[in-house]
Design a protein. Structure first.
Length: 156
């Protein structure tokens, strides 16, 4: 079909600037190869994220200091049935600030119960019993890791 197709060092065809020189069969084989490589890379990426998350959980950390990447664990999820134990540990006014029971709204929309974790986590200042109840309600491995490349500042 075409005169010349460039190849990468590993022998795979270089697609950019060569697409017009390739027949459909070659393009489909390259697509299949790239798809398999992407799948493998995504699997590797997932394993790396799982290991970093495991290490952060084992170290009880929420960030990894690194000059090239911003690595953080997201906020955890909680078992609401366990958080209800806080009703016995904080005042009823405080509890009402942090907890909204399930209810129907005017448009007949079911609103599930929820805890405002910004309020609930502020209750940690009331002592270890409350801290333990909140920690007990945290769902294991519910935090999701985020990794972003940092832009390095150029020195002038």
């Amino acid at each position: 079909m075409a005169d010349k197709i460039d190849f990468l060092k590993d022998g795979t065809p270089f697609v950019i600037n060569n697409v017009h020189n390739m027949d459909n069969d070659m393009l489909l084989r390259i697509w299949e190869d790239r798809s398999a490589r992407i799948d493998l890379a995504m699997k590797d990426k997932g394993h790396i994220e799982m290991e970093l998350t495991r290490r952060m959980n084992a170290d009880n950390s929420t960030q990894i200091p690194n000059p090239y990447f911003e690595v953080k664990l997201g906020t955890p999820s909680y078992d609401y049935s366990r958080l209800k134990a806080l009703a016995e540990l904080v005042s009823s006014d405080e509890y009402r600030r942090g907890y909204t029971p399930a209810h129907e709204e005017t448009k007949k929309v079911h609103v599930p119960e929820r805890f405002d974790m910004r309020v609930v986590n502020a209750w940690n200042k009331y002592g270890s019993a409350i801290q333990e109840a909140i920690q007990y309600a945290e769902l294991p491995l519910s935090r999701r890791i985020t990794i972003h490349s940092r832009e390095l500042k150029q020195e002038s």
